[in-house]
Write a protein that binds this ligand. Sequence first.
Ligand SMILES: [Zn+2]
Ligand SMILES: [Zn+2]
Length: 103
Amino acid sequence: MIDDFLGGTMNAELVESWTTPLPRECLRCYLARVLHDHGCDHSLRWTTRWRASCAPSVAAVLRHARCDCALLAAGGASRGGTPAPCAGVTRLGSTRPCRRWPP
Ligand SMILES: [Zn+2]
Ligand SMILES: [Zn+2]
């Protein structure tokens, strides 16, 4: 965890930029990335954040799971180590995972 690495004195601005979804980053890669670094607090805070910047018109995404890690697990994510970079969604605003993920 990066938080531990920095001794818990992580700069809020840095957290802000690291947890901002990348352009065309899919929800699943985003969750894999931020949960890897920051963990789940058993809410949908990361999913809410991704949706706000990537798919504000899609409400259904928040109804799929009770927290971020449950949503990611439901997508079949069980690989360890640092998540690979997102391959990019084909359509902006799409909630579908990129081609890195099995259908
Ligand atoms: Zn969780
Ligand atoms: Zn992706």
